[in-house]
Every structure is written in structure tokens, then in C-alpha cells.
Write a protein that binds this ligand. Structure first.
Ligand code: SDX
Length: 427
């Protein structure tokens, strides 16, 4: 297909199309309003592509997810998270030398400025860690004012390395503050996931014993969360970045979007839902019926997806990892059991089958986080640490695009027509 035809009233216009690597077709609307006077209207952008991108490919009908062409299953089985960060941001899997240089650069940036440590005394003890994460990430721009030029590739690259290095430190500090323990400095003799776990759970009074199963499970979780094309938070990062806002500010906005329970906040909401079902005599059917009841706002958290109308491939990977970790720990988690029962009931119910509603990335991830000892409020923070390379890759791809321009959608106005002003004495 080379072009598309559109008839608007008595006008017919020809629109060029963009055909993607996997033969997706996009109608290019650049001249629509100029030639017809009309715009498109697509709440939630269900049918609207915002950009071309070479980073991640999803096929929602077949449950396919690839980063830079590599299937998520291969990357999850063979890579570590820093390697996947490199792939997403720079476009290819790194050589050993490239990867070592990347790791060294990240190690050099894991510490926070000592003045940032004092920020944590300013937040309430029960502050949500996503609020802290978004605030501190934006505040990084005040400590690196000499490296915020979005058009300077070296400055952007330094910002990228600083963010990847510092997000785990910022996150772990928020947890330590919430439990009244001393903030633990990063250690450069540890790998990325080991370092995060020791900053989270080490205490100065005794050596921290690293559990390799926890390190492996965390590494897998970060990889499967690393990118997901034009999701809500990534689109937010692109939108904010399109105004030439610096990378720290753009990522801070992405963190805020991810916090939403319909998006990354669903992993925290899913655990709360599963615990509620357990407390309610494990009455799975009651909650499946509530989710189907249009008069009830209740939805199955961790279920359904805008793109996947098949099983989310990440949920399959995470579910297998749950099984493996719990059996290695010789531990039963009632949450995992109830989640599997809920999945079983839902996937045999026409309501869910007809709508293509399957478990998504957030349905089982909480089981692993709990097994590792991550508190529920930190689940979405872990999602953000995983998603950071994706956000960064999209932000830099957007800035390098020759068609980059500020994102500014139009609207259809439905408010009152022009009317005379009435002074307050006569209202
Ligand atoms: C993430 O975009 C991404 O890629 C996101 C993400 C990523 O990696 O970045 O994958 C991460 O955000 C995963 C999604 C996490 N959110 C949840 O688990 C929250 C619960 N899910 C839903 O709220 C919902 O499925 C969404 C928000 C995920 C998708 O919403 P859509 O695409 O707008 O779908 P919809 O609301 O139009 O639902 C279509 C139908 C509706 O019923 P009908 O009007 O057709 O009768 O399906 C129903 C909905 O009521 N439905 C659900 C449901 N999800 C959709 N019914 C019950 N429980 C659910 N979870």
C-alpha cells in the first residue's frame, strides 16, 4: 500500500503511508487539516501513532516483544540489565570492551551529592517513594547545571550515565529513610543489581549476605520492564522532552506518569487486590464478577492491556521466574497461589476472553518483589529503575529525529459560544 484515500465531505484527498519493518501501516496526516479543514479525534490515542521508532516492537495479537529486534525471551535468558540498557540506548548489543567501559562509567556516577542526602530529612517518614524519586530526579538538574544542553551529545550522554547510575541509589535511600536506617553508600565492587540490594538491605552493623537467586530474579525483572514502545510514561517523556526540557526534568515527568495505578502503579495495586481477595475467604469468583460488573469501578489490577490482546510475554517470563524462585526458597506465597487461581477463573470466563484480557507485566511481578523483601510501596520504583533505559532511548531518539518538533495536539471545542461579559454586580 503506497497511499490512502480519505473523503471528507465533497473532498477526497490522497495521504501517503508509512510502512514499518513488520508491515504495520501508518496513514500520514500532515496535510489533513490544511487540505480538508478537519482534524482527527482519538481519545487515549487508541488508533494514533505519535512517531516512528526503531527501539521496540510489540505485536499485541501474537504477544511478541523485541528490543532492537531481539526477542525479550532471549534477552531475559542471556543478558544482564546493564547490557540491555546499552542495547536500548545505543542500538546494538555491546562488545565486551564496550560493555566494560559502560559499566565503568556507570560505577563512577553511583553516588549522590552529599547535599542531596539531606533532602531525605525533608520528606515525611511515610512519603510515597515515587514522589521522592520524581522530586530527587528533577532536583539532579540543579546539581548539574553545566550539563543540561539537550543538543550537546556529550552532555546528554553524561546525563544518561548519571541517571542510570543514580536511580538505584535515590530509590534505596528513600526506603532506608522510611525504615529509619542509615543511608547505605553504593559499592563499586558489586554489579548493578547486587549494589541495589546491598543499598536496600545492608546495615552498618554486619556484613550483608548477597543471595544470588535474588540478584538473578531482580536482573530478570529489570530487563522485562526496560521498554515498551509508546506507553503512557514513555510518551510523557517524549512530550516533555519535545519542549527541549532537560533529560532530568523529562524523566521526572515519566516517573510521575508511571506512578498511576492504571500504568506502572498497577503492580502495587495488584498486590493490594490479591491480599483483599485472600482476606475475603479467597473468594476469587466474587472479584471476577465485580470486575465484570459495569456498575462497579473495580478492575482486576495486573489484567488487560491496551496493546496485548494475548498473554503479555513478560507476564509469562515473570510467572516462570516466580515458580523457580519460590521453589528454590522452598516457600509458598499465598499471593502467588491466589494469583494463579484468579488467572485460571478469568481466562475461562467469556468476558475476559472476548475482550482479550490477560495477565500483564504487573500481575506476577509483585510476588517476586515480595520474595526478595522489597516493600509494596517500592514496587513501582523498581518498575521505574527498569524502565529508565527505555525512557532515555526514546528521549534521545526523539531529539535525533529530523522531524522532531514540540508535541502540541489539537482539540474539538465543545464549550459555550462567544458571550457578553457580565460584571459581578449583575450575575
Ligand atoms: C502497564 O502501555 C503499556 O505498554 C503499559 C505497560 C508498559 O510496560 O509500559 O505494559 C505497563 O501499564 C500495564 C497495564 C497495568 N494496568 C493495569 O493492570 C490496570 C488494570 N487494567 C486496565 O485498567 C486496562 O486494561 C488498561 C488500563 C491496562 C488498558 O486500558 P484500555 O486499553 O483503555 O482498555 P479499556 O479500558 O478500553 O478496556 C476495554 C474493555 C472495557 O470493557 P468494555 O467497555 O469493552 O465492556 O475491557 C475492560 C473494560 O471495562 N477491561 C477490564 C480490565 N481492563 C479492561 N475489565 C476488568 N478488569 C480489567 N483489568
Amino acid at each position: 500500500m503506497k497511499t490512502g484515500k480519505l473523503t471528507v465531505g465533497d473532498k477526497e484527498i490522497e495521504l501517503s503511508v508509512k510502512v514499518g519493518t513488520e508491515n504495520e501501516i501508518g496513514l500520514e496526516l500532515g496535510k489533513l487539516r490544511k487540505e480538508t479543514g478537519v482534524i482527527t479525534l482519538d481519545p487515549g490515542f487508541v488508533n494514533t501513532g505519535s512517531t516512528e521508532s526503531a527501539i521496540t516492537f510489540l505485536n499485541g495479537e501474537e504477544g511478541v516483544l523485541r528490543y532492537r529486534g531481539y526477542p525479550i525471551e532471549e534477552l531475559a535468558a542471556n543478558c544482564d540489565f546493564v547490557e540491555v540498557c546499552y542495547l536500548l540506548i545505543y542500538g546494538d548489543l555491546p562488545t565486551e570492551t564496550e560493555l566494560e567501559n559502560f559499566r565503568d562509567s556507570i560505577r563512577a556516577h553511583t553516588m549522590l551529592h552529599e547535599d542531596i542526602r539531606s533532602f531525605y530529612n525533608g520528606f515525611p517518614r511515610d512519603a510515597h517513594p515515587m514522589a521522592i524519586l520524581s522530586s530527587v530526579v528533577c532536583a539532579l538538574s540543579t546539581f548539574y547545571q553545566d550539563a543540561l544542553d539537550v543538543d550537546d551529545e556529550d552532555q546528554v550522554n553524561t546525563c544518561v550515565h548519571r541517571l542510570i547510575a543514580k536511580l538505584p541509589t535515590i530509590a534505596a535511600y528513600s526506603y532506608k529513610k522510611s525504615v529509619g536506617q542509615p543511608l547505605i553508600y553504593p559499592r563499586n565492587d558489586l554489579n548493578y543489581c547486587e549494589n541495589f540490594l546491598q543499598m536496600m538491605f545492608a546495615v552498618p552493623t554486619e556484613p550483608y549476605e548477597m543471595d544470588p537467586d535474588f540478584v538473578q530474579a531482580l536482573n530478570l525483572l529489570l530487563i522485562v520492564h526496560a521498554d515498551h514502545e509508546q506507553n503512557c510514561s514513555t510518551s510523557t517523556v517524549r512530550m516533555v522532552g519535545s519542549a527541549n526540557a532537560n533529560l532530568f526534568a523529562s524523566i521526572s515527568a515519566g516517573i510521575a506518569a508511571l506512578w498511576g495505578p492504571l500504568h506502572g502503579g498497577a503492580n502495587e495495586a495488584c498486590v493490594a487486590m490479591l491480599e483483599r481477595i485472600i482476606e475475603d475467604d479467597c473468594n476469587v469468583k466474587k472479584y471476577v464478577d465485580m470486575a465484570k460488573d459495569k456498575s462497579d469501578s473495580f478492575r482486576l489490577m495486573g489484567f488487560g492491556h491496551r496493546v496485548y490482546k494475548n498473554y503479555d510475554p513478560r507476564a509469562l517470563i515473570i510467572k516462570k521466574a516466580c515458580d523457580k524462585l519460590l521453589s528454590k526458597m522452598d516457600r509458598d506465597d499465598p499471593l502467588f497461589d491466589i494469583a494463579q487461581s484468579l488467572e485460571e477463573v478469568a481466562l475461562n470466563d467469556p468476558y475476559f476472553v472476548e475482550r482479550g484480557l490477560y495477565p500483564n507485566v504487573d500481575f506476577y511481578s509483585g510476588v517476586i518483589y515480595r520474595a526478595i523483601g522489597i516493600p509494596v510501596q517500592m514496587f513501582t520504583v523498581l518498575f521505574a529503575i527498569g524502565r529508565l533505559p527505555g525512557w532515555v532511548a526514546h528521549w534521545t531518539e526523539m531529539h535525533k529525529s529530523p522531524s522532531a518538533r514540540i508535541c502540541r495536539p489539537r482539540q474539538i471545542y465543545t464549550g459555550p459560544g462567544a458571550r457578553e461579559f457580565v460584571s459581578i454586580a449583575h450575575r
